[in-house]
Design a protein around this ligand. Structure first.
Ligand SMILES: [Zn+2]
Ligand SMILES: [Zn+2]
Length: 397
């Protein structure tokens, strides 16, 4: 291998390790662990990194794992991040390596992210004598569940000593296999979730004038709030408000005394989420007071917006162009879903990109993340390893 340059060596190593890493991914897939419960997965990660001679730090307050790999010469410090948690979803893929745990599934591809980063750590550890700089591997728990696992990793020094110059992460996406999608600026919005209880006065269905019907009040609230986004938000900006749950009443001939509504506000602009929550409360207050009801509103402003640093985005595009070809590097459509990679990106310049996992030869439509039938094409794993490895090695050029 001595006559190969580093990029060619990485290609050879990725090919050699691909089958092993796919097996790791399948094992993690069969044993999903939901947010905050990643004991087995983090144990496998830590053991694997140690086996490859990588210095390992395990978080005390969570299942976070940090690996640090120093090259033979000084150079840039590059952090790569993966998330490890699964979702409370019953798998419907029918695959031979489907989840063995009923009601839990890796339906967001975090098993792929974890395996890709383990494989990348293995590749880079093999070429450490040719490596300039340091690679930091951040395996975080609990991405799917607010307040997320990124903050815990940061609090326990995951990005101190040494502090990375740049950070990157990938996420599986239903774009075609072989492509990545990346854009500068805001790519994933922040999310604020709310729980609203509306209290009326119970009574008999035949005497609504003696009661305060919380179902009617709630209906007015939902209709009024549905026009809030299109009428309060500048049409050139973006925001979404959705009530995903409404619950109230016990029987057809009873006017109940309470309705619960739960929903989310999403926007690429965090301050818009804050403003919309304030506007929402004013509307709720006006309607409930006018109709003789009362309310209690609780809300959480969740993960900040994921913003890609323009220079680091260009760097990822350049590396990806060399690895997969210019035509396979496409812009991404921003989403309002929420991602706690934002906490890292608020401290270190970096970029978050989407890795295509949809088989372009399939006659089925792409299956989106969080669907019980989500089954990423595993050929994306080698592509992810190649990209992540080169994001570290090419930074020294
Ligand atoms: Zn997800
Ligand atoms: Zn995810």
């Amino acid at each position: 291998m001595a006559d190969l340059n580093l990029a060619d060596t990485i290609d050879v190593l990725v090919n050699q390790k691909e089958a092993e890493v796919i097996n790791i991914r399948r094992d993690i897939h069969m044993h999903p662990e939901v947010s905050g419960k990643e004991e087995r997965t983090s144990g496998i990660v830590a053991e694997y990194l140690e086996k490859h001679g990588i210095e390992v730090q395990r978080c005390k307050n969570s299942f976070g794992v940090v690996g640090r790999l120093k090259g033979s010469k000084p150079g840039p410090i590059i952090a790569l991040r993966a998330d490890m948690d699964a979702l409370p979803i019953r798998e419907k893929t029918g695959l031979p390596y489907a989840s063995k745990i009923d009601g839990q599934m890796h339906a967001c591809g975090h098993d792929v992210h974890t395996a890709v980063l383990m494989g990348t750590a293995s590749v880079l550890s093999t070429v450490r004598d040719k490596l300039n700089g340091t690679a930091i591997f951040l395996f975080q728990p609990s991405e799917e569940f607010f307040p997320g696992g990124a903050l815990g990793l940061i609090e326990e020094g995951g990005i101190d000593n040494p502090k990375p110059n740049a950070i990157f992460a990938l996420h599986t996406s239903p774009i075609p296999l072989g492509k990545i999608a990346i854009s500068p600026g805001p790519v994933i919005g922040s999310v604020s979730s709310l729980s609203l209880r509306i209290f009326g006065r119970g009574g008999h269905f035949s005497a609504p004038h003696l009661a305060v019907d919380p179902i009617l009040v709630s209906s007015n609230v939902v209709v009024a709030l549905s026009s809030m986004v299109p009428r309060r938000v500048n049409p050139m900006e973006n925001a979404v408000l959705t009530f995903g749950m409404i619950e109230g009443g016990t029987r057809d001939n009873i006017i109940g005394d309470m309705v619960v509504l739960r929903g989310n506000i999403g926007s690429l602009n965090e301050s818009l989420c804050v403003k919309l929550m304030e506007d929402l409360e004013k509307t709720v207050k006006g309607i409930t007071e006018g109709m003789g009801a009362t309310y209690k509103l609780r809300y959480i402003h969740g993960y900040p917006t994921v913003r890609n640093d323009p220079h680091q985005t260009t760097y990822v595009r350049d590396v990806a162009t060399r690895v997969i070809g210019e035509s396979n590097v496409v812009p991404c459509t921003p989403s309002l879903g929420g991602e706690d990679m934002s906490y890292f990106l608020n401290k270190i310049p970096g970029a978050f990109f989407f890795l295509g996992v949809h088989d372009p030869d399939s006659d089925q439509p792409p299956v989106i993340n969080h669907d019980p039938a989500f089954a990423p094409d595993e050929r994306a794993i080698a592509i992810g390893m190649r990209l992540m490895s080169r994001l570290v090695t090419d930074a020294a050029d």
